[in-house]
Design a protein around this ligand. Structure first.
Ligand code: F2R
Ligand code: MG
Ligand code: MG
Length: 348
């Protein structure tokens, strides 16, 4: 049980990331129809035991066979790169009392475990950091020096939204700086800022039109396609669109500009329930662990730690940097935030 509602939201966002990541991991890359065929859809199974069917089936059938799809040798309730990198962001903010690029990059390197399934660009950036290339140089060397617009910058950013939630300009600055360690493309930076702000708005208990209005005001003037997709969400929400229609408009891919809008939509279309938001996020298919992780961060920030299903939490890995570690880290971040002030340090 958390001490107060704000602390509960910090814990909810960080463990919510872990739950969404672990729930989506076994079906990453699957189209929505394949997930619905294997586990049923949220709509079909509403009122029945969707949670047990999806979660139990995913963590039972797939993991009992000892393997998940592809090469990842990850087991039941295991997190992937999404949560592993979020841990690095939170550790750094809590230890330094704010953004410090050198420290955050050092933690990405120290925590790195390729078995967690990193994107190819992130792997290259972390290798460069390990070789001693400074934190504000490595990411810019990727993708022909255009930088990455993968969702790796957004999937890990929830702690920035928690820490800087009261100060949108500082939140944007810290989100973009944290992103730039591995993702320097303008869309990679904007995706991280938008996801961080979504977490901050959820902490403030905003949903629906109020959430969208605040988010529109936060976007950079040139933030196409984020602005277009936010505008489209109103129609999708009104028409109660199918998963296929949602994916056709917002996307569900590894790019920030696809999966960040998809995660926000999963929350906005299911504001009443953490479980529904996260299961729906995974049911959209594509980059399911990451859409699940980001929706889990937003919904967890909105509903708080006590809304996370106890049975799901019990299934999460709990080793050296597992469930209890992340809960304590969220508490440290919450406590450290109260004493944070002054300009953001870039660690140089
Ligand atoms: N790596 C994975 N999943 C593979 C696991 C396999 C599967 N589950 C299995 O079982 O086999 N997931 C993780 O990677 C994503 C985050 O990636 P990140 O950190 O953003 O990496 P990267 O490489 O920088 O970007 C991802 C891709 O986006 C495209 N891209 C990015 N920038 C581009 C540019 N400037 N030009 C062209 N394309 C660009 C590339 O295709 C990148 O590879 C998450 O899903 C995480 O869960
Ligand atoms: Mg992942
Ligand atoms: Mg992913």
């Amino acid at each position: 049980m958390a001490e107060n509602p704000l602390e509960a939201r910090f814990i909810g966002a960080m463990l919510g990331t872990f739950i969404g990541d672990a729930l989506g991991m076994p079906v990453e890359g699957w189209p929505p129809e394949r997930i619905a065929g294997a586990y049923g859809s949220l709509e079909d199974l509403r009122g029945a035991s969707i949670w047990l069917r999806l979660y139990g089936a995913v963590y039972g059938a797939i993991h009992d066979s000892g393997r998940v799809s592809g090469e990842l040798p990850l087991g039941c309730g295991t997190y992937t790169d999404d949560t592993q990198m979020m841990i690095g962001v939170a550790e750094s903010l809590a230890a330094c009392g704010g953004f410090d690029g050198t420290d955050m990059a050092r933690r990405f390197v120290a925590n790195f475990d390729p078995c967690r399934g990193y994107g190819p660009g992130a792997m290259r950036a972390i290798a460069k950091l390990r070789q001693g290339i400074p934190w504000n140089r490595a990411g810019g060397q990727l993708f022909g020096r255009r930088g990455s617009f993968g969702n790796g910058s957004a999937m890990r950013v929830a702690p920035v939204g928690l820490f800087y939630g009261d100060d949108p300009p500082a939140l944007r600055q810290a989100a973009e700086l944290s992103a730039s360690i591995t993702h320097t493309h303008p869309l990679g930076l904007e995706g991280a800022a938008v996801q961080a702000y979504a977490v901050a708005l959820a902490v403030r208990q905003l949903s629906g039109e109020a959430f969208l209005e605040e988010m529109r005001a936060f976007l950079r003037p040139d933030s196409e396609p984020f602005s277009r997709k936010l505008a489209a969400m109103e129609g999708l929400l009104r028409q109660r669109s199918s998963a296929r229609e949602v994916v056709a408009v917002l996307g569900n891919g590894t790019e920030s500009q696809e999966s960040v809008p998809a995660a926000i939509y999963a929350f906005l279309s299911h504001p009443e329930s953490f479980r529904e938001a996260v299961v729906y996020a995974v049911s959209l298919g594509g980059d399911t662990d990451t859409i699940g992780a980001m929706a889990g961060a937003i919904a967890g920030a909105y509903h708080g730690a006590d809304a996370l299903p106890a049975g799901w939490l019990d299934m999460l890995e709990n080793g050296a940097k597992g469930r209890d570690y992340i809960r304590n880290l969220a508490r440290q971040l919450y406590e450290r935030r109260a004493f944070a002030s002054g300009p953001i340090s870039d660690g140089l």
